[in-house]
Write a new protein. Sequence first.
Length: 229
Amino acid sequence: MKIIAPYIIALTLVLFSSCIKEDIIDDFTATDLRITNSLTSLAVGEQHQFETMYLNNVGLEVETALEWTSSDESVATISETGLVTALKTGTTTITVAANNVDEPISTTTTLQVAEETIIDNTPRSGMLISTSSYPLTGNFTLESNPQNNELILKLSNYELGDGLPGPYIYLSNNQSTTNGAFEVGRVKQLKGDHSYVLNSDEVGINQYKYILFWCKPINQKVGEGEFQK
């Protein structure tokens, strides 16, 4: 035991030091308010219930009172709960605001009232970067497949350094922690294009801001990417 214990400690320290750079991890992030189910267009006479997320300063979703307004109520009206009703062809700006918080915040979406309703399922994508001594390169795309209620996370031109113990992928609203994040799963492969299928009942296409690559055994980030439209 006197020989094995120091060996285990030394190995743990090597793994720890190889997974991270010399920086200080700060869980603080800017608060965020987002509409998670925007529309490309809404048909005249139809209604749509907007869904939102308010994220606090560590990226966790919390409930708060919201105020909704429509810039042109002759085109569409919106209720106190975010239910929009299309009245006539045209364009209006829908605004939702969280005012009963430490730092009031608002966001907007442009609503086109037209002949048909089209849900905005625009894919989200970004570029991967390494945050550790392990190289990580490539691009990622998150897209929906409404026919079978799935989201597909695709990695392309991708490569992750070999030898990383327990690499996992997460979707998160805080780039410094997996607390409150969605665990995609263990990394399938270290090089080449591949994908991960997600259940859209568990995760939404606009629900998360970051993709994280995480050294799970010692709880340290090794790479990340930010979702862009």
